[in-house]
Design a protein around this ligand. Structure first.
Ligand SMILES: Cc1ncc(C[n+]2csc(CCOP(=O)(O)OP(=O)(O)O)c2C)c(N)n1
Ligand SMILES: [Mg+2]
Length: 584
């Protein structure tokens, strides 16, 4: 009989799941696990902070559709992993965290004075989908399978398996069978019922102005073509959640891009029927409520989700469909195609033309900012220039306060699943590692990360991770030397009239809102990356071109006008969003 460790069993289970990368920092307490990964040819990618391992795994999972796996060692490693897991669960990325813990004889509960121990499962179980500790070698495979089952069930998020060091590393004489995924979990998407498809088609055909609202569930299902087909057959405008941006390319005539907030409100108020696919209608979708959406008494909802707990959670559904988005939309499109000509498409076309006109005029107003060639630059130039210089389909990572808002407003989503941010959690600094996870997911392309100077300051050490792993992440650090977004809100809270008149208060009139300068270009060079500093908008394009030509990671320190930067477009809408809508 052969000898094996708990760590080796888990590594072989991940191999059976097709896992190719695990993100994390090594430690002796799980040598049995990561040495087996290494032997099996599963690559270990090591950042310099565990929270970054969680974000790399999350970004990798989102962009590849695979399972993202991260690991951390007992006590400090897991403590550092926590914020990353909180965020990845909120964002709904399919992440499995495997951690070591101290031996069972001295933890759960702590005997008192145990080194590097805290209630890891207690902490993580509060915010994850599932978190448990393995109590004996005999249960490693069974609990590993349970963890994996949870990974692929319902809304994606974080699942955690905690394994004592003695079980991770201890060798036991045993033959442990490794099951194939289909033997312990659903491997096929949930098929919609024909009756519900028929009913949905009837409702859509009877509607005056149906619209589609798509969330990130469409990305997880890879249902882009099917979504486009349904929208085209109905001639229905498509709005998205922030995370769902670009599932219908924003160049498409039916797309209502999220940046045009007023048009979104208008479309959502005109519709008498909304087909919600893969979205919870959470706070950033204004909860699906009036006055941002039409009152439910005049607006029916068909909601499709692969997680039953999401159906009807925030807005009453007339038809709640538990199904895979891709299968549902494909079947619906087939059904709608047979009824062509029944709906009043001309009226919808006229309506869509008015929306497009409103979008054009909002765009033109925003683009006036691009005529501002003052130095230091207007932040509008950054995302807009990136879009011109980076290859089509480059992943954009947006991080920071106002920096992320400017990036959202001046970037057009032309290729689905090419944007990352922390749309649900607004976690400053997460973008640094998301960009690295993206570079690993899409090794043939550069990655563009537009990030605030405050946000970048949380994890600049990961530039070295990019250098060490040859990852082509290009960071444009937007330097206003302030916590820009919060400073803006603070000024309005402190002296609203003066803020309106003077555009900005003096340095002694705000509370801890200013930052000193970090020379991010020099910092990058000190770690072996390419560095640039630019303040003139005319110099931005050549600086990005040089960064791309360097062939490796690069950091461009971009000086922006700190006052213009604070007045990011749409700020008032975002403020309103955090208040409870007045309607139902
Ligand atoms: C980790 C974290 N801490 C604090 C906040 C609160 N917060 C939101 S925006 C912001 C300022 C961001 O500054 P920066 O990254 O420089 O972006 P800017 O707004 O200046 O573009 C802060 C502190 C947060 N969102 N995340
Ligand atoms: Mg800033």
């Amino acid at each position: 009989m052969t000898e094996t460790s708990g760590g080796e069993i888990l590594a072989r289970m991940l191999q059976a799941e097709g896992v190719e990368k695990v993100f994390g920092i090594i430690d002796g307490t799980y040598f049995g696990f990561y040495s087996s990964l290494h032997t099996l040819g599963i690559e270990i990618v090591t950042p310099r902070h565990e929270t970054c391992a969680a974000h790399m795994a999350g970004a990798y999972a989102r962009l590849t559709g695979r399972l993202g796996v991260c690991m951390a060692s007992n006590g400090p490693g897991v403590a550092n992993l926590l914020p990353g897991l909180v965020v990845e669960n909120a964002e709904g990325n399919r992440v499995l965290a495997i951690t070591s813990c101290r031996r069972p004889q001295i933890v759960y509960p702590d005997r008192g004075g145990t080194y590097q121990a805290f209630d890891q499962v207690g902490a993580i179980s509060h915010f994850s989908k599932w978190s448990h500790s393995v109590v004996s070698f005999d249960r490693v495979a069974e609990l590993g399978r349970t963890a994996l089952r949870h990974c692929f069930e319902g809304r994606p998020g974080v699942v955690h398996l905690d394994v004592p060091e003695t079980i991770m590393n201890g060798k036991v004489k045993a033959e442990v069978a490794i099951w194939q995924p289909h033997q312990y979990r659903r491997t096929e998407a949930i098929v919609p019922s024909p009756g519900q498809i028929e009913r949905a088609a009837d409702m859509l055909a009877a509607a005056e102005l149906p619209i589609v609202h798509a969330g990130s569930g469409v990305i997880h299902a890879g249902a882009y073509d099917e979504l486009r087909r349904v929208a085209e057959l109905l001639h229905a405008p498509v709005t998205t959640s922030w995370a769902g941006r670009g599932v219908l390319p924003e160049t498409h005539e039916l797309s209502v891009p999220m940046a045009f907030i007023k048009v979104n409100h208008e479309v959502r108020n005109d519709a008498d029927l909304v087909l919600v696919v893969g979205s919870r209608l959470g706070e950033t979708d204004w909860w699906g409520k009036a006055p941002y959406w039409r009152h439910p008494s005049q607006q029916q909802m068909i909601q499709v989700d692969s997680d039953g707990h999401i159906l009807g959670a925030n807005k009453p559904a007339a038809l709640a469909v538990l199904a895979d988005a891709k299968l549902f939309l494909a079947a619906l499109a087939d059904r709608l195609a047979t009824r062509h000509g029944q709906a009043n498409l001309d009226a919808r076309r006229r309506k869509m033309a008015t929306y497009r006109e409103a979008i054009r005029s909002e765009r033109a107003k925003l683009d006036e900012k691009l005529e501002d060639m003052a130095v230091p630059m207007n932040p509008a130039h950054i995302a807009s220039t990136c879009q011109q210089v980076f290859p089509e389909g480059t992943v954009l990572v947006a991080d920071g306060g106002n920096t992320a808002v400017w990036a959202m407003m001046f970037h057009q989503m032309r290729v689905p699943n090419t944007i990352l941010s922390t749309f649900k959690f607004g976690m400053l600094g997460a973008g640094v590692a998301q960009a690295l996870g993206a570079a690993i997911a899409r090794p043939d392309q550069p990655v563009c990360c537009i990030i605030g100077d405050g946000a970048m300051g949380f994890h600049p050490q990961e530039i070295e991770t990019a250098v060490r792993n040859g990852l082509r992440a290009i960071y444009l650090v937007v330097c206003d030397r302030q916590w820009g977004m919060v400073k803006m809100n603070q000024q309005f809270a402190l002296k609203p009239i003066k803020t309106l008149i003077r555009k900005s208060l003096g340095p002694d009139e705000t509370i801890n809102a200013d930052l000193g300068e970090i020379r991010f270009d020099k910092l990058a060079e000190s770690m072996g990356a390419h560095g640039e500093r630019v303040a003139d908008p005319r110099e931005l394009r050549p600086a990005i071109e040089r960064a791309l030509a360097s062939g490796g990671p690069a950091v461009i320190h971009v000086d922006v006008d700190p006052v213009k930067h604070m007045w990011a477009p749409g700020l008032m809408h975002f403020k309103d969003m955090h208040l409870e809508p007045k309607g139902k």
